[in-house]
Design a protein around this ligand. Structure first.
Ligand code: SAH
Length: 351
């Protein structure tokens, strides 16, 4: 598009042209309520997505390999104090079999996700990663929470390519209240280590957390920009009845869509999934996400007998049944003119 000075006061136009947005402008975009303006925001994000990362939708197959967690985050159904949570762990062999199935189904990346489970020691996890790298052509993404620098280094040496560690919220006091015994600073220290170790790094947050303001969400966007995240996952907060936040209202799917669009405009060439949590709130919004900036789809490959116990938030199971057959989504991707990406689909162009 051409960027004319007559549109100087228009933050959507400016964002599309790559101008750095102020916090006020970001807050303004996140609070848009006029359907026509919101559609303009989505269209601008969709054009930037097309220009910067192309039309392909990349698939990342997730294996939720352990539901054990040493943490006690107030929002999460896997929290330590939830005595009713059923806990399971997968053996290395089972993880490897699932990784092969993920490759066979056409995904270029496996995501290994779990609660924070010290059972998977540095050695055990490094072994699993190096076997997947040795036996498949998959990119390996880890999503297993906070670990030591040495652990992250060992996993990287074993061949891990990427690491997802959502910052959850950029508001330090909200973070400290939601994650007892943890601080946002520690989380950010982990993100810095991961960058230092040359992982592709994923950040992200929930929208609609109890006590979270629009300003907090604008700070999330700014933090993601500041740390130059390679991947960004945004989902609505979904109350889990077996957690202290069970009685709070859920986050708004429309707000998540505006976040995705703004983050696409601000970060340009990043990988942004249409998250499962968004699909739980509203299946149509998850589809819409692909026309508002998203370019990644993460089908769940955890076998049903385990997946039903990977109960971070309610409703996940129903969405996953739909995901199980990636091919079921193909017709939708076809109708919006989006081919499925081949290969790992990382942010960095490998020569
Ligand atoms: N233990 C790993 C993986 C966490 S699960 C880690 O700490 O990174 C992945 C994401 O699910 C979390 O980062 C969080 O943003 C999201 N999540 C957890 N509980 C949720 C809830 N109740 N509603 C919506 N998203 C939730």
């Amino acid at each position: 598009m051409t960027c004319t000075s007559s549109a100087l006061d228009d933050s959507i136009t400016h964002a599309e042209c790559g101008r750095t947005l102020s916090k006020r402008e970001i807050t303004g975009l996140l609070s848009l309520s006029d359907p026509g303006e919101i559609e303009r925001l989505y269209l601008a994000a969709d054009r930037v997505r097309k220009e910067c990362v192309g039309d392909e939708i990349f698939l990342r197959g997730i294996i939720e390999f352990s539901s054990h967690c040493r943490n006690n985050c107030l929002y999460c159904g896997l929290r330590r104090d939830n005595q009713q949570a059923q806990r399971y762990r997968m053996a290395g062999e089972e993880i490897l079999d699932l990784a092969r199935a993920i490759e066979a189904s056409g995904c270029g990346t496996v995501v290994l996700q779990s609660g924070e489970d010290p059972h998977y020691t540095r050695e055990k996890m490094s072994g699993i990663i190096s076997r997947i790298k040795g036996q498949t052509g998959l990119a390996v993404t880890l999503s297993m929470g906070q670990r030591s620098f040495e652990d992250y280094r060992a996993f990287r040496d074993a061949g891990a390519d990427r690491y997802l560690l959502r910052h959850e919220t950029a508001n330090p006091s909200l973070f400290a209240g939601l994650c007892p015994g943890r601080t946002l600073d520690e989380r950010i220290q982990c993100l810095k280590w991961l960058k230092q170790l040359d992982y592709e790094v994923g950040m992200g947050c929930m929208a609609g957390l109890p006590g979270q303001t629009l300003e907090d969400l604008a700070d999330d966007v700014l933090l993601i920009r500041e740390y130059d995240a390679d991947m960004i996952g945004i989902g609505p907060f979904i109350p889990h009845p077996l957690t202290p936040l069970g009685g709070h209202p859920a986050g708004d799917a429309a707000m998540v869509l505006r976040m995705l669009a703004v983050i696409r405009l601000v970060t340009r060439d990043t990988n942004i999934p249409a998250t499962t949590a968004l699909g739980v709130m509203d299946g149509r919004s998850r589809g819409k996400a692909f026309q508002a900036g998203a370019n990644v789809f993460m089908p769940v490959f955890t076998p049903r007998n385990c997946a039903e116990h990977y109960d971070i938030y309610p409703g996940k199971g129903d969405v996953m049944k739909a995901d199980g057959a990636v091919l079921d989504f193909k017709p939708f991707f076809d109708t919006i003119g989006r081919p499925i990406g081949k290969g790992p689909g990382g942010r960095r162009k490998k020569s």
